[in-house]
Design a binder for this molecule. Structure first.
Ligand SMILES: NC(=[NH2+])NCCC[C@H](N)C(=O)O
Length: 417
């Protein structure tokens, strides 16, 4: 049964102006059938470092959601929002057209799949679009393409990285930025988040910035350091041009006064800024010690007025690079942005960074969710006065993401005005 979407509630305010204001509403994705698509042949392409035990991953994820609910966080599930969005015929049509645009289908198969998806219920459509469809699963559309493709080839790719809801959208104050994902295995995710934010009754009318048609920016690279100050990692995923576009868009919409572009190594282990640095208090970050002293930042600010027709008309000022913590403190107008010194030896630090020890999700200032396995990082956080809410992640972690990656904060109590 499709639950009838709640009517739009104009009084319900969404948005976040920091990483640490009390978390009120979050979007998660409970891992499902799409993870069962991972095999040793496709896991690299689909950006997983192994083949997870799906039912255990679901248990771990349910415990994560329960830990959030226990602290009064409203948990929304991406697939439920999507199914509710599909109550509307136009939304279904848009999603189906986009999913079948791929040039590897051919007209015969595309025609068949169009019919199949249009006949599907909203729940089934959600499953098709998230878990994908394999060549051996279709009972029609036979022709040259189905005959020549391997039976295991996907006609619609599964989206196992939906688990990492952080990356496909980011709230900046009351606006939502639909991002533009860099890896082909993930690009379709943002079609779904865009649809939710555009058409789900809960979000209709939410002002949007960026979008999948823009230069690459991934949510894991975006840190709301303080109201008006945004750090953007630039590396394997977010491009320099993506950081510039985001700066233009947030300045144009009056959402920030400074964007710090922070180069990070273009490697799998540090694919996003939040794999090496997350905030645990209004003036404290936990940072991977092996890079902490090397991170630099270029502060981007607006010259003149934001009152132009288009963000492309804005003039930007780019300051000389400075150490990240120095540039951040200046922009945040605080004396010091403290780095919690995990003081780990480089090997332990490298192991715990790989297992997302630095990827914490703040529930409020000084309260953060972390994977339990990173004993030493967690001990240091606790010694520094941070309450660590520990969750299991042996299976969830095989996609290389921790509590921050697995959550998209939709509402946090504001820190600024
Ligand atoms: N915000 C994050 N660090 N997300 C982690 C994403 C992991 C995912 N497997 C990818 O490679 O894209």
């Amino acid at each position: 049964m499709v639950s009838t979407p709640a009517p739009a509630d104009p009084a319900r305010l969404h948005g976040a102006d920091s990483e640490v204001g009390r978390l009120q509403t979050v979007m998660l994705h409970r891992p499902g059938l799409e993870l069962k698509r991972l095999t040793p042949r496709n896991n690299d392409r689909l950006l997983f470092d192994g083949v997870p035990w799906v039912s255990r991953a679901q248990d771990e994820h349910d415990a994560f959601a329960a830990a959030l609910r226990e602290r009064d966080v409203e948990v929304l599930y991406l697939t439920e929002l999507l199914t509710e969005t599909f109550a509307e015929a136009e939304a279904r049509h848009e999603a189906i057209t986009k999913a079948l645009e791929s040039l590897h289908l051919g007209d015969t198969l595309r025609g068949y799949l169009t019919g199949l998806l249009h006949d599907a219920s909203p729940e089934e459509l959600t499953t098709y679009l998230t878990a994908g469809i394999r060549n051996d699963e279709v009972g029609g559309g036979f022709g040259l393409v189905t005959s020549l493709l391997d039976s295991h080839d996907f006609l619609i790719d599964p989206l196992p990285n939906l688990l990492f809801t952080r990356d496909s959208s980011v709230w900046v104050r009351d606006h939502v930025a639909v991002t533009s994902l860099a890896m082909p295995a993930r690009s379709r995710e943002t079609h779904l988040t865009e649809l939710i934010y555009t058409r789900h009754p809960r979000f209709v009318g939410t002002p949007q910035i960026h979008g999948w048609h823009h230069e690459h920016v991934e949510g894991g690279d975006v840190l709301l350091l303080a109201p008006g100050v945004i750090a953007v990692g630039v590396g394997e995923r977010t491009t320099p041009a993506g950081a510039e576009r985001l700066a233009r868009q947030v300045f144009h919409a009056g959402l920030a006064h400074t964007v710090l572009a922070v180069p990070i190594a273009q490697e799998r282990a540090t694919m996003h800024l939040d794999t090496v640095c997350t905030m645990v208090d209004v003036d404290k970050v936990v940072m991977y010690p092996n890079v902490a002293h090397q991170l630099q930042a270029w502060a981007v600010t607006l010259v003149g007025s934001a009152d132009t027709n288009d963000d492309t008309d804005l003039e930007l000022h780019v300051a000389d690079a400075e150490p990240f913590l120095v540039a951040a403190a200046k922009a945040m107008q605080i004396d010091t942005l403290h780095q919690i010194d995990t003081g780990l030896d480089p090997v332990t630090a490298e192991r715990e960074q790989w297992d997302d020890g630095n990827n914490t999700l703040a529930l409020a200032p000084r309260v953060a969710v972390a994977y339990e396995r990173n004993d030493e990082t967690n001990d240091r956080l606790e010694e520094s006065g941070i309450e660590v809410v520990k969750i299991a992640g042996s299976e969830l972690g095989s996609g290389r993401g921790g509590p921050r990656c697995m959550s998209c904060p939709i509402s946090r109590a504001p820190l600024g005005s």
